[in-house]
Design a protein around this ligand. Structure first.
Ligand code: 5GP
Length: 179
């Protein structure tokens, strides 16, 4: 695996932070009305699976897929829906669960798209934040880790479909990325 530059986050550090995020979300939420966690496919699935189990009170889970980089490591800034939610969100408390916020275009698009459907609240929880790369401002209510500008994989994040099942978050060597 010489395309891996270094281990950025070990599984213990991830687990500890996910637990803390769950506590933060739990403290802000309605104790009675179910919270609808929306995991963005596919990268946020593993994070969302761990996060929802750290949130106290009723949580429902739904999924949405938007166009992503594919096999590319550079964003194009254009986002569209590939798979929409199953649930109606009008009047509901919604928590968007994202793996990583990079340029911000994806979360901006999701906030605009879901915001129009009239949720009671719409918050964002992102495991990773590459704040230095931001092109559009987006409010992120809960951030797991701020990380430097590197292409990262593992814990749900892929490169060309690989590494999603790796339990740590790894930074790849820039020269290993083909596009
Ligand atoms: P943004 O729209 O903020 O530029 O990008 C968000 C999406 O780009 C993320 O949901 C993720 O799919 C992808 N992405 C951004 N940076 C990385 C990265 O370092 N590694 C991987 N695997 N995906 C990334």
């Amino acid at each position: 695996m010489d395309e891996v530059q270094r281990i950025l986050l070990r599984r213990e550090a991830i687990a500890k932070r996910v637990q803390e995020l769950g506590e933060e979300v739990s403290a802000d939420r309605s104790p009675t009305d179910p919270l609808l966690a929306v995991a963005i496919l596919r990268g946020a699935v593993i994070f969302a699976a761990d996060l929802v189990r750290e949130i106290k009170g009723p949580v429902e889970l739904d999924f949405m897929a938007v166009s992503s980089y594919g096999n590319h490591s550079v964003s194009h800034g254009e986002v569209h829906v590939l798979k929409d939610l199953t649930e109606e969100i009008a009047g509901r408390d919604v928590l968007l669960v994202e793996d990583i916020v990079d340029t911000g275009h994806t979360v901006r698009f999701l906030l605009d798209t879901l915001g129009k459907r009239g949720p009671r609240s719409l918050r964002v929880c992102a495991l990773l934040d590459k704040a230095d790369r931001r092109e559009v401002e987006v409010p992120i209510d809960y951030v797991g880790f701020r990380i430097p500008d590197a292409f990262v994989v593992g814990y749900g994040l892929d490169y060309a479909g690989r590494f999603r099942n790796h339990p740590e978050i790894l930074a790849l060597r820039p020269e290993a990325l083909t596009s």
